[in-house]
Write a protein that binds this ligand. Structure first.
Ligand code: NAP
Length: 253
């Protein structure tokens, strides 16, 4: 049995190492040549608020084709208008789909990919214990989190993998989290993000020989609906626009 205090020390040391080495990793990245062409056909899930919405607006550009996936049609329409206000010649396809609905999502993604050939897919949709309805039981919340944060990510990526492999082209971005490195609160959320963090890092190796890029994004605190309930004094928290810009810049390298 490993004592709790030892586990806590290990996570603190791990986090400190990450803090110390991250400037070095940034520096190494700055000297690396860009290896992926600028994506023109982009799929993003969970775009109706927060980081996903800011990512959609960041990628909206003339000549770009966006597939924006979310659950609220009103919010999707609003976002489409905002994207086309920014870039009138940006083509936007909206899909009102819950990412846990595997068959519906697969049908949409397969058709969209056959028409446009996806360059970049961002699996962003996610929920946490704190942001879910108070009406839900602990058990219901746990299943909802796994269905969205783990199965939803798989449902978003797996339908595109065969054609990415065939074309030997494509980029995959998975929005994970720093939460599993701390393992202090929200066990299901933490476990769901540990699963996708790990999946992304391992998939990266599996797909490297095909020239397909996989980026694991592990944000700290970002001010969004997800963190609203945690108050406004979150350590090192950034805006969703800042997070989207950082993700965009990281993915383009
Ligand atoms: N904010 C942070 O501090 C933070 C830190 C680390 C990682 N993240 C991750 O970043 C991602 C985006 O979260 P956020 O902070 O931007 O929170 P947010 O504002 O609550 O956005 C989450 C988005 O996911 C959508 N979504 C949730 N369940 C869905 C489902 N089953 N099907 C389709 N869409 C669904 C939501 O749509 P509805 O409006 O329909 O609910 C919303 O558009 C999540 O994966 C989250 O875990 C956030």
């Amino acid at each position: 049995m490993i004592p709790d205090v030892l586990m806590l020390l290990v996570s603190i040391v791990g986090s400190l190492l990450l803090l110390v080495f991250s400037p070095l990793l940034h520096l190494m990245n700055a000297f690396r040549n860009k290896s992926f062409p600028t994506p023109k056909v982009i799929v993003i899930t969970g775009v109706t608020s927060g980081i996903g919405r800011s990512l959609a607006l960041k990628y909206a550009d003339n000549g770009v084709v966006l597939a924006l996936i979310g659950r609220s049609m009103d919010k999707l329409n609003e976002l489409k208008a905002d994207c086309q206000r920014k870039a009138p010649n940006c083509q936007v396809t909206l899909a009102q789909i819950d990412v846990s609905h595997r068959d519906k999502l697969k049908m949409f993604l397969s058709e969209f990919d056959a028409q446009h050939s996806v360059d970049l897919v961002i699996a962003n949709a996610g929920v946490s214990d704190a942001a879910l309805s108070k009406e839900m039981s602990y058990e219901e919340k746990a299943h909802e989190i796994i269905n969205t944060n783990v199965n939803g990510v798989m449902n978003t990526l797996l339908p595109l993998l065969p054609s990415f492999r065939k074309r030997r082209h494509g980029q995959i971005v998975i929005i994970g989290s720093l939460a599993p490195f701390l393992s202090m609160v929200y066990p299901t959320y933490s476990a769901s993000k540990a699963a996708v963090n790990s999946y992304a890092l391992t998939l990266r190796h599996e797909l490297m020989p095909y020239g397909i890029g996989v980026t694991m994004v592990a944000p700290g605190f970002v001010f969004t609906h997800l963190t609203d309930v945690l108050g406004s004094k979150l350590p090192m928290a950034v805006s969703s626009e800042y997070a989207a810009q950082t993700i965009h810049d990281g993915v383009s390298k």
